[in-house]
Design a protein around this ligand. Sequence first.
Ligand SMILES: Nc1nc2c(ncn2[C@@H]2O[C@H](COP(=O)(O)OP(=O)(O)O)[C@@H](O)[C@H]2O)c(=O)[nH]1
Ligand SMILES: [Mg+2]
Length: 298
Amino acid sequence: MNNNTKSGFVAIVGRPNVGKSTLLNTLLKEKIAITSPKPQTTRHRISGILTKDNYQIVFVDTPGMHKGKDLLNKRIDKVAVSTLKDVDSIIFVVDRKKGLAEEHVINYFKGLNIPVYLVINKIDLMKNKSEIDEFIISYLGSYEFAGVYPISAANDENIEFLLNDVVKSLSDGPFYYPVEMKTDQTNEKIMSEFIREKILYYTEEEVPHATAVVIESMDYNEEYKTVDVRALIIVERTSQKIILIGKNGEKIKQIGTEARLDINKKFGFKAHLELWIKVKKDWRNRPNELLRYGFDNE
Ligand SMILES: Nc1nc2c(ncn2[C@@H]2O[C@H](COP(=O)(O)OP(=O)(O)O)[C@@H](O)[C@H]2O)c(=O)[nH]1
Ligand SMILES: [Mg+2]
């Protein structure tokens, strides 16, 4: 490490499903945040730390900002808004869809007095350059952005332009985290998120959002040289439990297999994953339950 280091916090914000978590993983070149085609995948604030010789950026992936009805969604929105108050700059991610949600988010920027980078994601889905240009123009009147970046987070396209400018907005100062640290999430949290990602993928409608995952224990097994991970999946109704189990237990088995492979890849060990499903009526509206599953009122 040298003495001329720069560092800072950068929030990644935008409507659910625009690709914020995908962008974070691409920036870090490692999967630390789960992604899914379904909205409201990210529930917690997740930091991803990018450290180079002379700079360190702490990216903060926020849960999508939206107007949710239940207590869980209200907490999520509060996390997103409070994050903006203590960062050095903001990456505002949008995709082809533009609506009230975008205006809602832009409103939060006013009065913050920090650079906001407008990222137009998923350009691989846009037909041609003029469609991209038109889309950019539609945003220019709404706020004075520090820069506009048409990118594809999934295909790692044009990310370096964004990164170069973000680095310029860092302040001189020491690193916040050790150089080898990539995220502030605990290993248990990462594992439970990998499991939740598969649940999001393999279930529909109300099940994904009625589900929480907690790692109950993690023990090294001398005999088999495995790490035995015991995870609890909480749902709201028995019908959701039945859906998760699937015919002959096939769905839960598939979820377990895929989560285990992700865990093995990320941590470099052989996991033995045990999944338990428990019904907890209406946990999303019960403050104590929310606390137990890690949704503190931060
Ligand atoms: N075609 C395309 N899809 C993308 C791109 N970036 C993200 N996605 C997809 O968009 C969906 C939502 O992504 P995610 O990162 O979970 O969005 P978030 O809710 O904003 O964090 C996922 O299915 C991603 O694979 C992109 O550049 N191109
Ligand atoms: Mg996300």
